[in-house]
Design a protein. Structure first.
Length: 354
């Protein structure tokens, strides 16, 4: 039986928090320091004068755009969302900062991107801005902290998507090592671990848990790599592949009615921590600051909880289908260690080819 737990394992998330908070940020003092803001009414007035906020998002579903629509309804400030992969976001931000051409105000990404950006190069380029204490930060669960640069947004579960017709009940892999069964050879597609994203996080956890030899055996199963999560999941639905490794469970809400289902092997699944951060020298700094505070509000967290991720303020999913909701409390295998992200990229390029 696939292991699907009905209650959140708090100790697991505390461990994840300890891992994430242990990221070496070179020196937080290297990032620009924002003045402490106390007059949030003035922030809102100034934000409305700025006229918009631009968000770079690595989310693979519509949740960021939904947040943007709600933000506009609440404050009358339009939100422009550019959805791109994490690796592209990283290079775009570095290029913009180096050129002094500032376009984005906020990033909506994950802990792996945070670590890759929060290094000496990023500090020198002043990619991120510090922000003052956010009023809504008091809503955060004890497991999650706002460190003054990166604001916790959600916790996502990443595992396996199966075609229900090609993989009938009872024939699915029961654990991660079952993927090495010859019957799956040539029948699996994976989110590419050689780029920042869900696949990199999942394969990093698998390597930490089962070792590099396991990944080499998995590579021998003729894995097909994809950097288009929406396309890969549709390929599974259309019976081009039986299994998709590195599938974010929040995407299930967009696949209702299709012959697919999520799988969690007995050892558990990997997780990724979503974050938002303000860009240094943002064109619309007050709107950016208002957006950071807004995403921790009850209405914003409700949108995220209903998309199939865990709310960092503890908001429960209201309208999520029961077969999707169960994955929000799945057993946790681990989260990728951001400190070893660059080393993992090199290892995956060697194992899966460049």
């Amino acid at each position: 039986m696939l292991s699907v737990l009905r209650s959140v394992h708090r100790h697991s998330y505390r461990s994840i928090l300890a891992l994430a908070s242990g990221v070496a940020l070179v020196s937080l003092q290297a990032f620009p320091v924002a003045a402490q803001v106390t007059d949030w009414a003035q922030v809102q007035r100034d934000a409305q004068k700025e006229g918009k906020v631009v968000v770079y998002s690595s989310a693979t579903n519509d949740s960021t755009r939904q947040l943007g629509r709600l933000f506009e309804e609440t404050y009358g400030i339009p939100v422009e969302v550019l959805q791109i992969r994490g690796a592209e976001m990283r290079e775009r931000l570095r290029t913009e900062a180096a050129a002094g051409r500032h376009i984005s105000d906020v990033i909506d990404s994950n802990s792996a991107i945070r670590a890759m950006l929060a290094n000496k190069d990023a500090a020198q380029l002043e990619i991120f801005a510090r922000h003052p204490e956010l009023p809504n930060a008091k809503l955060l669960r004890p497991e999650w902290k706002d460190d003054g640069i990166f604001v916790p947004l959600h916790v996502g579960m990443i595992s396996i998507l199966a075609n229900s017709e090609l993989v009938p009940e009872g024939s699915e892999p029961k654990n991660w090592k079952d993927l090495l069964d010859p019957k799956w050879k040539g029948k699996m597609i994976a989110d590419d671990p050689r780029a920042a994203g869900a696949g990199n996080g999942l394969f990093s956890v698998l390597r930490d848990r089962f070792g590099p030899d396991y990944l080499k055996a998995l590579a021998a199963q003729d894995l097909v790599m994809s950097r288009q999560q929406n396309i890969a999941s549709r390929q599974v639905a259309q019976k081009e592949y039986s299994l998709y490794l590195g599938f974010p469970f929040r995407g299930l809400s967009q696949m209702r009615g299709l012959p697919v289902r999520g799988l969690i092997p007995s050892e558990g699944t990997s997780v990724t921590s979503g974050i938002v951060a303000q860009i240094a020298k943002a064109p619309h700094p007050n709107a950016a600051l208002l957006f950071l505070n807004f995403v921790l509000s009850d209405k914003a967290q409700d949108i995220l909880a209903d998309s199939g991720v865990l709310s960092v303020t503890g908001r429960p999913a209201r309208s999520l289908d029961s077969d999707i909701k169960q994955f929000a409390s799945a057993k946790v295998l681990g989260e990728a260690n951001p400190l070893t992200a660059d080393e993992a990229f090199e290892a995956f390029a060697e194992i899966f080819g460049k």
